[in-house]
Design a protein around this ligand. Sequence first.
Ligand SMILES: [Zn+2]
Length: 132
Amino acid sequence: MARSQPAAAEADGRARRAAATTCGWCGGPITPRSRGPIPKWCSATCRHRAWEQSRAAACDQAAVRVVERHVQIRVPLQPTRRDWPRLLTELADQLSDGRVYDRDLPGLARALQPVLQAYRSRARTTGAPDVP
Ligand SMILES: [Zn+2]
């Protein structure tokens, strides 16, 4: 009887070891080990997450705090033909009141030149008003 006791305990240990196949946190597979403590988690990350959760539960707080906040983001849209007069007027206003910096003027000149060329080219063929 005394000799069968360790054998029963060993068999019980093997059964418990074999049963520990899924992670207690993520449900992922646990790589079984032949000796040492029976693992409960698949990785150090899952062990840490479980520890955080239990610690938070101990102080009656949720481990994860969900913060909901509405943030408005201006999404630049592709301007359509009806937007251009208003946008160009806005550009003129920004140039006049200094919202466009001096350092931005060369880049603006490089962008305006092909616009004017394209406009004049279209105006010649269609009879639209010319821009001096
Ligand atoms: Zn896991």
